[in-house]
Structure formats: C-alpha cells, structure tokens
Design a binder for this molecule. Sequence first.
Ligand SMILES: C[S@@+](CC[C@H](N)C(=O)[O-])C[C@H]1O[C@@H](n2cnc3c(N)ncnc32)[C@H](O)[C@@H]1O
Length: 382
Amino acid sequence: MEQTDQDSVLSLANKVSGLAELQSSHNLVQQEEFIKAIQRLQIAVEGPAHYVARKRHEPMEYAATLLIIDSGVLQALVENGRKPLSAQELAKKTKMEPLLITRCMRILTAIALFDEVGSSTYKSNEISEWLARPGQADGYRLIARWILPISSRIVSLWENNQFTQFPDESKGERNPFIWTFSTTQWEMMRQDPELKRAFDSYMPIRRNGLRVPWHEIYPAATELDVKGFSEPHEPPLLVDVGGNTGYDAASFKGKNPHIKGRCVVQDLPETLASSVAPEAARAYFMKALLHDFDDAESRRLLSNTVKAMSPESSLLIDDWVLPDVGAPVAGGTYDLMMLMLLSGMERSESQWKDLLNSVGLEVKKVWRKDGVGEGVIEAKKR
Ligand SMILES: C[S@@+](CC[C@H](N)C(=O)[O-])C[C@H]1O[C@@H](n2cnc3c(N)ncnc32)[C@H](O)[C@@H]1O
C-alpha cells in the first residue's frame, strides 16, 4: 500500500472510531453516516482490485442464498435454535445434497448469513433468523424472478434501442419488463397466484427494521385528529390509494385509536374489491404508488384524487425524496428497479414539486424522520 493510501486508511479509521465513541456514549449518531464511514474504510483497505472482484461475484452470493432458502436449509437451521447442524444432518432434513450445502454455506458463512462452527457444520444467527421471518424470503424470490432476468438483458435492450426510459406504447415502445417477459408485472401476477401471494406477503414487511411507519414521520396524531370526524359517517378520514391489502391503514388506526373516522383502502380489483375515490376525505395517502409510474401516468392518477379532494384535504405521499447530491444507494437501486419493472422512477424533491404543481397541488411540507431518503410529502389543492 502507498503511503498516501495508508494515510487515508488511518484518517478513515479515526473517523469510524470517533463515531463509535460517540455512539457508545449515547450521542445520536446517524446510522447512515456511520455505515458510510465504515464502507469507505473497507474500500480503502481492500483497494480497487479486491473491491471490483467482490462486486463482480455478488450474483453467486444471491444464487447460494436462494438455494438455501428454497431447499429448506434456512428454515431447518433457524428452527434448530442456534444449535449446530452438519451438512449431513441438513441433507436428511431437506434432501439437498451435503456437498451442495457445503458449497453454498462456504459463501454464506463468509458473508455472515450463518455461523460456521466447524467443518461443514453451521448454526443460525440473528441475520438468518431475520431472513426466515414471513415475507423476507419472498423479497428474494421476487428479485430473482423479475430483476435478475431483466438485468441480464438490459445492455442488449439498450443496444437495440428497445430500452426506453419512458416508453410511448402508441409508438410500439415497451418497458424492459415487457421486452423480457412479453407481459406486464400485474398481468403476470394475475396468471400466477403463487407469485401474487409472494408479492402480497413481501409488501407489508419490506420496510420492517429499516424505517418507522409513515404515521410516525408525519405527525398524524396532531395533523389528522380533526373534530367533526366520527365513525361511521362520511367523509372518510383517510383513503389509502394503492394500499394493497390495507396493512398501512390498519397500522395507523391500531396506533391511533383516539383518531375518529373511517379508513378506506383502494387497489386493483384482484387485490381488493376496488372502490371509487370517496370525496373530501381528510387525507389521501399514497405509499410507494407513484414511483410505479412515469410522470404522464402519475398525472392521470393524481388528477382523479385531486377531483375528490376538498380544500381541507391533504395528499400524503410516502416515497423516496432523493437529494440531488449524496443519495443513499438504496434510493438509487429502488429507482432502477422501478425503471425495469414499470418504467417508474424515484423522484427528487424538485421533481415531486414539479409533478404535483402540474396537477394543481402545492407541497406544504416534506416530513422526514432522520437523514436523507424516504419522507412523507404533504400537499394541498392550490
Ligand atoms: C408497490 S405496491 C405498494 C403497496 C402499498 N402502498 C405499500 O406501500 O406497501 C403498489 C400497489 O399499487 C397497486 N396499484 C397498481 N396500479 C394501481 C392503480 N391504477 N390504482 C390503484 N392501485 C394500483 C398495486 O396492486 C399494489 O398493491
């Protein structure tokens, strides 16, 4: 290592150690800042050759994880309660060959998904236990089913000018999902109940442990607690547009039993018996809905909501609000995922303002908890 690299390793290590000291003395250290400092240190220590090789081999980590999930090895180890099991014992419980278990677990213990306690002998840890929770494995399956095949074709689509960010269907343009699968994401789920089950099982839990719910970011208890709203009378308190099976509305009501008023959930007919947007609700809530659509389609959806809104209604959008500089990697990967699946996009604060302005809405405030990333945008009719 060159002297200047050594210096930078030292200064990065000092930064990490300073943040660790702050955290242990119960000072509030932003987790994001701490992780970024550790990652910068790791990259400085490993150097470019190791860094690039590590990234290049991530697909094999993914494949090993999928095999261990779907063969039942993950479940068997977690059910064994942090007691060791050998590859032979796991093979008897799962019918996966012992040698293949050892080959996959070589990778997965090195990346800390399981603990290796001896030769071909493993036990679960808190990461494997998290992955075994309901819905988590479905997240892996959905990425494997949708994102991996599109990723492997993305360059050839782009080279053949088939990869348009905002395709115009009337000109025969298609998004990467349709080029790859000859159908849409929603149609594929209509034809495949197991895929739809995986989607509906993953949606409610995908932010667990990552972030507090929207009604703790947006002070719903004070902002939405309005006199004059009583159950079961009209108009509703909150309409969750694209609310899937209704877990967000249920969690909001569960945590705020004192706030009176009905919550209405709207979604596609196969998810819910769909309903027409009720008028003059106190709030219309859209979580991870508009990121599914380009601006033209978002405007169409928003215009329907704007028609139903009264001057007192708020529109609450729970989505990524990306900073122009220093966006977290998860915001960037979500953005590219939305492009691949639906020609959708994650938006920056100025992009949100332009979009909402164009349908007669004005952003009142962007509510955030900590750091940069996701937030709740509150808008009203202009
Ligand atoms: C990414 S999911 C988000 C679900 C939920 N809001 C959440 O954040 O967990 C998008 C949801 O929008 C629904 N959806 C798609 N197109 C829609 C439309 N035109 N109107 C209403 N809902 C729609 C889908 O069925 C799906 O449940």
